[in-house]
Design a protein around this ligand. Structure first.
Ligand code: VGL
Ligand code: ZN
Length: 188
């Protein structure tokens, strides 16, 4: 069994959002085709949402060590999936506690408490052996998710046409690709 992991395709990471990835929405048609293909093959499709409370510590406005503008705040439009995204599958939530963050989708849970099933336990219970990662952003959450998947023993690939980088620093995308490839993650 294979699963498509669609990471954080939310309004705040798309053009017009508070932490927009340039042309972040351009990957959506590619992802939608992959979603249809996985469903047609009887494979699994899973989505993650960055899902922060307003006082989250990753926000510069809240904490000295915060690095991001407020984004994906629960109850706002920015936290919602982009309206063009085809959403057909289970959603995992991450970053929902004030003082905990997770770039990786594997920090995600089925409900807003850490005792609810984790992404790893869900995938293992479904007999998933292979993971294909797409979404936003390549140099943060997509990379972290792919590395965790690889370390947890899943056969892991990232489809570049289905992801885009924030590139806080020029070349972060190339660095992320090299780092993943060197670990043995397949870059397609
Ligand atoms: C992300 C920065 C902060 C992401 C989430 O989804 O890549 N980046 N929170
Ligand atoms: Zn975040």
């Amino acid at each position: 069994m294979k699963t498509l992991l669609v990471i954080d395709v939310q309004n705040d990471f798309c053009p017009g959002g508070s932490l927009a990835v340039s042309e972040g929405d351009a990957i959506i048609p590619v992802i939608n085709n992959m979603v249809a293909e996985f469903w047609a093959n009887g494979d699994l499709v899973i989505y993650t949402k960055d899902y922060h409370p307003p006082d989250h510590h990753s926000f510069k406005t809240n904490h000295a060590e915060g690095v991001w503008p407020p984004h994906c705040v629960q109850g706002t439009d920015g936290v919602e999936f982009h309206h063009d995204l085809s959403v057909k599958g289970t959603i995992f939530f991450k970053g929902f506690l004030t003082d905990k963050d997770s770039y990786s989708g594997f920090g995600g849970h089925l409900e807003l408490n850490q005792d609810s099933p984790s992404l790893e336990s869900h995938l293992k219970s479904k007999g998933v052996a292979e993971v294909v990662v797409v979404g936003l952003a390549l140099d943060y959450c997509v990379k972290a998710t792919a590395i965790d998947a690889h370390k947890l023993g899943f056969k892991t690939s990232v489809v570049l046409a289905g992801t885009k980088a924030v590139n806080v620093n020029v070349g972060d995308d190339a660095k992320a690709i090299t780092e993943m490839r060197d670990l043995g993650i397949e870059i397609i």
